[in-house]
Write a protein that binds this ligand. Sequence first.
Ligand code: PLP
Length: 274
Amino acid sequence: MVAQGQATLRRPLVLVLGGLDPSGAGLQADIETCFALGCHALPIATGLTIQNMRGLQRVIPVSGTDLMEQIEVLLTDAGPVAACKIGMLPSEESALCVGRALAKLPAGLPVILDPVMTASAGGTLMAPALTDCLPQELLVRTTLIKPNLREAIRLTGADSAEEAAAKLSGEPPLPMYALVTGGDTPHAGNVRHLLYKRGLYFTEFSSPHVEGLFHGTGCTLSSAIAAGCALGMSPESAVGMALKYTCGGVHHAFSIGGAQSIPDRRWFWKGEFP
Ligand code: PLP
């Protein structure tokens, strides 16, 4: 017999590695998104950020040793992990450590890499050396890389979203999928997101452009893709679900002060779909 209060139900675990942002992006966005979508986030801090809704003051990276210790201690007890999402990588060491940690997880684990370079209110989050070249140890374990257009062009030197997506996905050691989002460059009324698989065009998605400044939309999207994969969806289906989910959150965004709004990550609990 099970004692009263003893947990018997399990929910998919999503390992989320990123920065703590007290103004609501980064790990907070990851935890809220995983929770809203029926998963449980296992958050590992790659760094602290000192910021508010108006701007980033400073990033304090967690050392490689401390990062590894967080992961090892957590994973010796929790598990099995059903998907992983990687956000802010504030040092080369953090990228290498995350790659090393992923190598110890089962092959085939869906890993979503959001190569976030700048805070939504401005300011550098990613180590400058990584913006030109992400380490192979990390890419080889990545299933889907999700840069916005600016990040994709910075990482590849490409001239277009298509060329960047083709360069970012491929056969190992490249990630199988690249989703290049157009949120930072809206066209008249709509935003286009390109999904490439193994270096080839797979499909594209369009979402309505919503006027305003939002904080943590990229984190929400990439965590939602990871949560979808953890729930058993294919990466392609998880991207479609995650885009709808993130758009809904943006439509219902709320303000906590400053210039940017925060997507409501449990918007659909109100029972409506925009
Ligand atoms: N990660 C951290 C720690 C951040 O502070 C931010 C934004 O400030 C992001 C990621 C990316 O935010 P967004 O989802 O708005 O691109």
